[in-house]
Design a protein around this ligand. Structure first.
Ligand code: 13P
Ligand code: SF4
Length: 336
């Protein structure tokens, strides 16, 4: 590697991210990352949508709830978050005294972007009797406007933990919100947001795949549109989908979520077949462009230079922590 000092790394980072730093291609990044992990007492938390190399070097791979719980319980001094910004931000909210780094600060989320806090505040003011349940895929500003945070693996339980006559706003994902309304019989007011990756699956192409593979079970993430969920044999969070694939007797599955999860599915079930659900055109849009901004090289550099770091205003952090704590407390109560 062109060995540069921290000041130079910072200057490059400020302008372009880590893209401009060349790494010697003969460097064994896996070994280097393991070495830095030990030296710095760091933990790598990775989401299932990360590229396979990152999943293979991670200490913990999980869905959004699992990652938040792991971030809450770790005693590592540095949390290296291989995921998107809202996930690393959640880890920082829970760990103000730890260093939290994210390989690429531009790793955002279309769903999070679909709920700007200033607009949501006005929406909330129009529903003064409602409490706000917000999907974890949102900014700290949105969390600060919320009463309880949820993820796809605990949303139903959290809604059901509230009295039946409690008025609720659910944000930002309209698909997950509609799915939970259907499951619980509630009538939550939905914010009109969505994930660009999960909205792209083509029902027509899934139906054709199903005709070609009649034994295959369709498994889908609840961020998908209602029409896709209607043909699914199982709906769940990424961890839920993985567990279902491992325990269900079926040997082939059409998977309607971001394609990164296929790595763990194939690793855990080498004898089963996993077919990624096709998008509605020929693009690779079932890859999340934000998740895939992180690379093994950037992961290594961010551990070496301890940058880019997640920093946040303390007042905002405290306000955003309250609804996350509530979620973690309800999840623990239900053994989730
Ligand atoms: P989960 O891993 O919690 O199911 O969330 C999926 C997702 O879209 C994360 O961005
Ligand atoms: Fe956001 Fe969708 Fe990417 Fe998840 S898959 S990070 S919800 S854009």
């Amino acid at each position: 590697m062109v060995d540069i000092n921290i000041e130079k790394a910072e200057a490059i980072l400020e302008k372009k991210g880590f893209l401009d730093i060349d790494i010697n291609p003969s460097l064994d990044l896996f070994a280097e990352i393991e070495k830095i992990k030990k030296e710095k007492n760091a933990i790598i938390l990775a989401h299932y949508y990360q590229e396979p190399d990152i999943q293979d070097v991670a200490d913990y791979i999980g869905d959004s709830l699992g990652l938040a719980q792991k971030a809450q319980s770790t005693d590592a001094e540095m949390i290296v978050f291989a995921g998107v910004h809202f996930m690393a931000e959640t880890a920082k909210i829970l760990n103000p005294h730890k260093k939290v780094v994210l390989p690429d600060l531009n790793a955002g989320c279309s769903l999070s972007d679909s709920a700007p806090p200033e607009l949501f505040k006005l929406f909330k003011e129009k529903h003064p009797e409602h409490i706000v349940i917000t999907y974890i895929n949102c900014s700290a500003g949105m969390k600060a406007l919320s009463d309880i945070i949820c993820t796809s693996s605990n949303a139903q339980k959290i809604v059901e933990s509230l009295p039946e006559n409690q008025k609720i706003i659910f944000a930002p994902d309209r698909n997950l919100g509609a799915y939970i309304n259907k499951k619980t019989g509630r009538n939550m007011v939905l914010w009109n947001g969505a994930c660009m990756v999960h909205e792209i699956f083509s029902l027509e192409k899934i139906t054709k795949l199903k005709i070609r593979h009649p034994q295959a079970k369709v498994i889908a993430h609840p961020e998908c549109e209602e029409a896709v969920l209607a043909v699914a044999d199982f709906i769940g969070s990424t961890t839920g989908l993985l567990k279902f694939a491992q325990t269900d007797p079926a040997t082939s599955f059409i998977v309607a979520t971001e394609a990164g999860i296929l790595h763990q599915m194939q690793k855990n079930c080498p004898d089963k077949t996993f077919i990624p659900a096709p998008p509605d055109n020929s693009c690779a849009c079932n890859d999340c462009p934000y998740m895939k901004l992180n690379t093994l090289e950037k992961l290594y550099l961010c551990m070496k230079y301890e940058k880019p770091e997640i920093l946040m205003d303390e007042e905002l952090r405290i306000a955003a922590k309250k609804p996350i704590d509530k979620m973690l407390e309800i999840s623990a109560r239900y053994g989730l």
